[in-house]
Design a protein around this ligand. Sequence first.
Ligand SMILES: [Zn+2]
Length: 129
Amino acid sequence: MANSQLLPDLEGFEEFFGIKVSTLGEDGGMVALGHHEPKRALAAFNAYAKSLGFTDLDDFSSFGGDWAKALDRIRTGQAVLRKQCEYAGRKDHETNCSECAQMSQFPWWMDCSPTVDDVDTFPVTNWEV
Ligand SMILES: [Zn+2]
């Protein structure tokens, strides 16, 4: 991949078939750094699910065993790393913001819906739930 040097080096990612993968959120989503062909991404997500102790990706994040349909859940896009919630810096931002507190508990916090104002975006491939 030509632009791989632009990808962040993040803690907790595992590499399968040359694709760096991690879980994203707590509802069965996954993310791969960079843009990848859907079948390759699906293979990497599946291998990652197995490494986590699941039978396969369907066991981790159910899609009814229809692997052709599973490809529809693969999306490429841009992401950005955040350290604070979107309200940080505003007058009405709470001092003890629970969202900011939650974000600070993780080594990184990835937002896969960056805005036009975000400059440090990088390409990702998502497994959507
Ligand atoms: Zn906040």
